[in-house]
Design a binder for this molecule. Structure first.
Ligand code: PLP
Length: 414
């Protein structure tokens, strides 16, 4: 894994750009959001930090001591950010977000590494994605680096007490959110908005410290429930690529059905040919031996804007390009990275012919999790192994938890 440390992401990003394209980034124009202008007021009554493994921590509903808020209006632009004790927010009952779902958000983990340092994983990518989401839902623009500076500040303030040094392998979850706050009926772009960042206590889970890293052990069951014809998460021309609440609420009833039937996540299909898009909160990969005997690592493309451009997905593609393709030195058989449409028909045929080697989901919440079964309208598809998934999980987990020094890990100064 030392070779990972010398990974030249510039070259790889270039290859990635050529091979599979990128979502067009909104133009970053000076917006006036400035982390430097932040005021800083600390709590005098620190809150109790949930114990690792406690029910409060499992519930993921306990916020840390502080939050950052920044209000915006069309007239005055971005106000000075405020770091302050956590408090409820007050909204007009006619606020745009409550009626027209003018909201977008991000989700990042703050990792306490095995070397006791606090890290974020490629957080600028989250901030850039949040700008794309904000633009899609008619909320104000900002410079991603300013949002990043705010996130890092909040992590530096609350990280040390909420994720102490002895809790190596522990996590906090960081949730930047942007909402339209202007009150009043009428379908229009909100002229007032609020950006805020909160941190939530999150259950400890370090996938590379789990016994599943041992390639001889069985994977934990993780089963996907393929969506039915009547439930479509996203469509070309829609908003599937944006991380906006309006994509998630309407999908909850299908997740409920999946849970009721004993599955872990929904596998979202699209179109009459059941194209495999992504899972509920994660991107999906399949490893298939094709008819020419090549092993393809397949994931859905971004160009029709139906799936979220996951940061873990991008990292998997970049690492696979660099280390798992023909010519790279690795003991696993080389793969061809294939960012292309995969249908359920192709996956079922590969399964029936013993060519469906692996399927796995990737995301901040799920890391890289081998899928042990897919339920497609009552039919069970069981991939054979999870070798590539485990290898990728070890690489990415190693960066996140400080086993591997890497430029993708951004260390928070305490
Ligand atoms: N797809 C959806 C719908 C998601 O909500 C997420 C999680 O944010 C992902 C994919 C994975 O994205 P990331 O790797 O950036 O966490």
């Amino acid at each position: 894994m030392n070779s990972l440390a010398s990974f030249h992401s510039g070259i790889i990003s270039f290859i990635y750009f050529i091979m599979i394209g990128r979502l067009q980034e909104p133009e970053v124009v000076p917006s006036g959001l400035s982390a430097q202008k932040m005021t800083d007021t600390r709590t005098k009554t620190p809150r109790a930090v949930p114990q690792p493994g406690s029910p409060e921590q499992q519930a993921c509903n306990v916020c840390s001591d502080h939050m950052i808020t920044v209000s915006w209006s069309e007239k005055a632009g971005w106000a000075a950010p405020e770091l302050k004790p956590l408090t409820n927010i007050s909204l007009s009952p006619a606020a745009s977000v409550l009626h027209y779902a003018t909201e977008c958000f991000e989700g990042l983990k703050l990792y306490r590494g095995q070397d006791q340092k606090l890290r974020l994983f490629r957080p600028l990518l989250n901030c850039q994605r949040m700008l794309r989401s904000a633009t899609r839902i008619s909320l104000p623009a900002f410079e991603p680096v300013e949002l990043l500076a705010l996130i890092e500040r909040l992590c530096a303030v609350d990280g040390p007490r909420w994720l102490p040094k002895d809790n190596t392998n522990g996590l906090l979850y960081v949730r930047p959110t942007l909402i339209g706050t202007e009150g009043g009926m009428g379908l229009k772009r909100p002229r007032e908005a609020l950006l805020y960042i909160i941190i939530v206590s999150y259950p400890n889970h370090n996938p590379i410290a789990q016994p599943t890293v041992d390639l001889t052990t069985q994977d934990k069951k993780f089963s996907l429930f393929a969506s039915h014809d009547q439930a479509v998460r996203a469509w070309p021309g829609g908003s599937g690529y944006a991380k906006i609440g309006a994509n998630y609420g309407p999908a909850l009833h299908v997740q409920e059905e999946a849970t009721r039937q004993g599955h872990d996540q929904v596998l979202w299909l699209f179109g009459p040919d059941s194209q495999v898009t992504e899972a509920g909160g994660a991107n999906f990969f399949a490893v298939i031996r094709n008819f020419s005997g090549e092993i393809e690592l397949i994931t859905a493309p971004l160009d029709d804007k139906t799936i979220l451009a996951g940061i873990t997905r991008q990292s998997v593609l970049e690492l696979a390009d660099a280390y798992l393709t023909e010519g790279s030195e690795h003991e696993l058989a080389p793969v061809t990275v294939a960012v292309r449409t995969l249908t359920m028909g192709e996956m079922i045929l590969a399964y029936e012919q013993g060519r469906l080697l692996e399927t796995f989901v990737v995301g901040t919440a799920y890391y890289i999790t081998p899928v042990t079964e897919i339920d497609f309208r009552g039919r069970k598809i069981v991939p054979l192994q999870s070798t590539y998934a485990r290898t990728l999980r070890n690489w990415i987990g190693g960066i996140q938890f400080g086993v591997e020094k890497h430029e993708w890990a951004s260390i928070i100064k305490e």
